[in-house]
Design a protein around this ligand. Sequence first.
Ligand SMILES: Nc1ncnc2c1ncn2[C@@H]1O[C@H](COP(=O)(O)OP(=O)(O)O)[C@@H](O)[C@H]1O
Ligand SMILES: [Mg+2]
Length: 243
Amino acid sequence: MSLVEIHGISKSYGAVQVLKDVTLDVAKGEIIAVIGRSGSGKSTMLRCINGLEPVQAGVIRVDGTQVNDPKTDLRKLRQEVGIVFQSFNLFPHLSVCDNITLAPRVVKKQAPQAAREVAREVLARVGLEDKLDAYPSQLSGGQQQRVAIARSLAMRPKLMLFDEVTSALDPELTGEVLKVLESVAQEGMTMILVTHEMGFARRFGSRVVFMHEGRVHEQGPAAAVLAEPKTPELQSFLSAVLH
Ligand SMILES: Nc1ncnc2c1ncn2[C@@H]1O[C@H](COP(=O)(O)OP(=O)(O)O)[C@@H](O)[C@H]1O
Ligand SMILES: [Mg+2]
């Protein structure tokens, strides 16, 4: 069974249709790199997958649970589907440990000491075990983004969504965040990432999905799709981003 099943979803904001009959299945352990021009619907698709946005047609299931069913407990779903954005959204007045343990303590009722141990473990996975008691302002942008990823991991999600998580970073800080994504991928996490990092998509994406004007316009194995795009739209997108 697919971990994520998206069948024929459509979504509009007012009169503007931003997702048009999107269908996409993601198997457990797959790394999907979503690429496409600004405004093609990439972020909207991610937000629909964890129920942040309603859809007007179609079905989305995550691990068998229908996201767009009014009876579904979206709070529970969002514990299982982590999402990390371009802006790290850490609480500036909370330590790294408190940023990471807030949700596990409030939502999962973890005891403070147990939550701190989880924070220590997830920080080690992003290479920041020494920053447990630091404050966000004491960290670089790349380190803050790694803490944001650790915070998501602390909820033990089944699926992680990443929306251009390196786009706000200086180029020299991008590499350290990509390395963390790579190690999370190697741990077997199922990931859907919107990215402009074509090199990363080629090396770690099991599949590339190209979105164009609200549709999945072309998709396939990462290396093949990027080396031999079939549609003129993907050809022109790739020649614009690669040159
Ligand atoms: N909250 C919103 N209200 C109205 N229009 C929106 C909203 N969010 C996104 N859009 C529109 O939906 C389209 C797709 O946006 P988005 O999913 O953010 O694209 P991408 O992530 O590929 O750049 C764009 O035309 C954008 O202007
Ligand atoms: Mg976007």
